[in-house]
Design a protein around this ligand. Structure first.
Ligand code: MN
Length: 251
């Protein structure tokens, strides 16, 4: 049995007169498929018991990219440059992230996903990098170029971290399509990658279970632009398979 990987959906308002769509970009699905997982899109269910019923069937959870998290979730007032928020998604993702970390269910966060992980565990965010980090080096550059594979900046990865071991590198270039970033790191997490301007580019859990969040978009790089990222998705899916088949681990 392939491990079941939940991908938490975003809310898309394509036309004002239509109800929203729930979904995600194909690249997240493709990355999980390539790694041997069975991807399942999880809608932002608001009833907690039903959300829990969905979550319990999953072997791991992927929190993907998207809009901004409401700063109310970390006790801050909205910044003037706060972007579009997705309250349905916030209220589904934050409890799932807490459950996954507390219960040792593998968690991979991408872009907004690393921010969800941090806020869920008690951390805070920069709400708008360009106005809050004066010397920032263009963290929305790949978006502005309309190219998910545009390598916007370098990152430095902590030696010995899970991320460094999986990538086999302590420096690489990455795409960047974010205007928010981790500010105060939540208890139970540690920073393991940084951009040259100091912006945190990855967090890991301090415990044994697979808890990893990255600020870039490796799902858009893993196929061709930088196949080293396939190892990160493979390790995530293998951890999910291990949870399903414990104590036997997938090869
Ligand atoms: Mn960046």
């Amino acid at each position: 049995m392939k491990p079941l990987i939940g991908i938490s959906c975003g809310t898309f308002h394509d036309r004002a007169w239509c109800p929203p769509s729930f979904g995600h970009r194909q690249t997240y699905v493709d990355a999980i498929l390539r790694a041997g997982g069975a991807p399942m899109l999880i809608p932002p269910v608001q009833d907690e018991a039903t959300l829990r019923a969905l979550y319990e069937r999953l072997d791991g959870v992927l929190f993907a990219g998207g809009g901004d998290i409401s700063p109310a979730h970390y006790g801050a007032d909205p910044h003037a440059k706060l972007g579009v928020i997705d309250p349905l998604r916030d209220s589904a993702e934050l409890p799932m992230a807490r459950w996954a970390v507390a219960e040792g269910k593998p968690l991979l966060g991408i872009c907004r996903g690393v921010q969800v992980l941090n806020v869920a565990l008690g951390g805070t965010l920069y709400q708008d990098i360009p106005s809050e980090i004066p010397a920032e080096l263009g963290h929305n550059l790949s978006y502005e170029r309309e190219d998910w594979t545009h390598m916007a900046h370098e990152i430095r990865i902590a030696p010995g971290s899970r991320l460094a071991r999986l990538l086999g590198a302590e420096r690489l270039t990455i795409n960047s399509l974010h205007h928010q970033a981790v500010r105060e790191i939540a208890p139970g997490l540690r920073a393991v990658a940084w951009a040259p301007d100091g912006v945190i580019e990855a967090l890991e859990g301090t415990g044994d279970s697979f808890v990893l969040g990255v600020q870039g978009h490796p799902e858009a790089l893993q196929a061709q632009a930088d196949p080293r990222w396939q190892a990160v998705f493979a390790a995530f899916v293998a951890s999910c398979a291990g949870l399903r088949q414990a104590p036997a681990r997938a090869a």
